[in-house]
Design a protein around this ligand. Structure first.
Ligand SMILES: Nc1ncnc2c1ncn2[C@@H]1O[C@H](COP(=O)(O)OP(=O)(O)OP(=O)(O)O)[C@@H](O)[C@H]1O
Ligand SMILES: [Mg+2]
Length: 264
C-alpha cells in the first residue's frame, strides 16, 4: 500500500504577465488504500493537481510524495516510483490510439514498465488485464472504435493497471458515459481498488457518488483546498461556505448509482 502526499504544491501555466497559478499551495494526503474524493467547480484546478502527480505538469513549487519519495522532476529510479501513480482520464479516446488494437495499447503500458516475459507472456498478461476489467480477452484485437464508451473506459483502466500502479488518479472517469453504464464502471473501480489494494484520488462533479464511494473528500476552489474531511460529514454538514454553495447547487439525488455496501 502506498500514500500520496501533496505538500504546498503550486502549479503555474504560462510565464511572465500571462502566467496563472492553477494550483496554489495545496496540502493533501491520500492515505494508504483509501479513496479520497476531490470536488470543486470547473476550473478550480482538480485535473491540474492530478496531472502534477503523474508528471504531466511539473509544479512550480512544493513536493509530491509517494510514501516518502518526492517524485517532482523525477528521473531514473524516482521516475519508476512515479510510475506507481497512474491516471485514468474522462475521455478514454485521449488515452487510446484509435489505430492501435486495445490489446496493443495495454501491452504498450507494460512495456514502458519494463516487463519481460516474451510475446506469449505479454499476451497472457493482456488477457488477465482484460478479464480484470470484465472484458472478453478475445477482443484484444479490436480497435477502440469497435467498443462502446463504457468498454473503452474499461480498457483505459486496464491500461493504467498495466503499469502496476499503487495509486490511481481517476479524473471524471464516468462523466462522458451514459448514466446507465456509469454505475458499472464505478463498481469496477471499487472492485479493482479492493482487490489490488489501491490508493485512489477520485475527481468528480457528482457529490452523491463521492459521498457513497469515498472515505474522505477535499473541496477545491480557485486552486486551493478549502475543506477536507470524511466524505459523509463534509457533504452532509459542510463547514466552508463554498462547500455549502456547491452542495446547494446540486439537485437532490434519488437512487444511488451503485451499491457501495456490496463492496465493503
Ligand atoms: N494547459 C493549460 N494551459 C493553460 N491554462 C490551463 C491549462 N489547463 C488548465 N488551465 C487552467 O487552469 C485552471 C484549472 O484547470 P483544471 O483543468 O485543472 O480545472 P478542473 O478543476 O479540472 O476543471 P473541470 O472540472 O472543468 O475539469 C483553469 O483556469 C484552466 O483554464
Ligand atoms: Mg478537470
Amino acid at each position: 500500500m502506498t500514500r500520496l502526499t501533496f505538500e504546498n504544491v503550486w502549479v503555474r501555466y504560462g510565464s511572465g504577465r500571462s502566467s496563472h497559478d492553477a494550483v496554489r499551495g495545496v496540502d493533501l494526503v491520500v492515505p494508504d488504500g483509501r479513496l479520497v474524493g476531490l470536488v470543486g467547480e470547473s476550473g478550480s484546478g482538480k485535473s491540474t493537481l492530478a496531472r502534477a502527480a503523474v508528471g504531466l505538469q511539473e509544479p512550480s513549487r512544493g513536493r509530491i510524495l509517494v510514501d516518502d519519495v518526492d517524485v517532482v522532476g523525477a528521473r531514473g529510479k524516482t521516475a519508476a516510483v512515479r510510475r506507481q501513480v497512474q491516471m485514468v482520464f474522462q475521455d478514454a479516446n485521449s488515452s487510446l490510439n484509435p489505430r492501435m488494437s486495445i490489446g496493443a495499447s495495454i501491452e504498450e503500458a507494460f512495456v514502458v514498465r519494463g516487463a519481460g516475459g516474451g510475446r506469449a507472456g505479454r499476451r497472457a498478461e493482456v488477457a488477465t488485464l482484460l478479464e480484470l476489467v470484465e472484458l472478453d480477452p478475445a477482443r484484444a484485437g479490436d480497435l477502440p472504435s469497435q467498443l462502446s464508451g463504457g468498454q473503452r473506459q474499461r480498457v483505459s483502466i486496464a491500461r493504467a493497471l498495466a503499469a502496476e500502479p499503487r495509486i490511481l488518479l481517476a479524473d471524471e472517469i464516468t462523466s462522458a458515459l451514459d448514466v446507465s453504464v456509469q454505475g458499472t464502471v464505478l463498481n469496477l473501480l471499487m472492485r479493482v481498488q479492493r482487490e489490488l489494494d489501491l490508493t485512489v484520488l477520485f475527481i468528480s462533479h457528482n457529490l452523491a457518488v463521492v459521498r457513497q464511494l469515498c472515505d474522505d473528500v477535499a473541496v477545491m476552489k480557485d486552486g486551493e483546498i478549502v475543506e477536507v474531511g470524511p466524505a459523509a460529514s463534509v457533504i452532509d454538514d459542510p463547514q466552508h461556505p463554498y462547500t455549502q454553495e456547491l452542495i446547494a447547487a446540486i439537485p437532490r439525488v434519488g437512487t444511488p448509482l451503485f451499491d457501495r455496501g456490496a463492496h465493503r
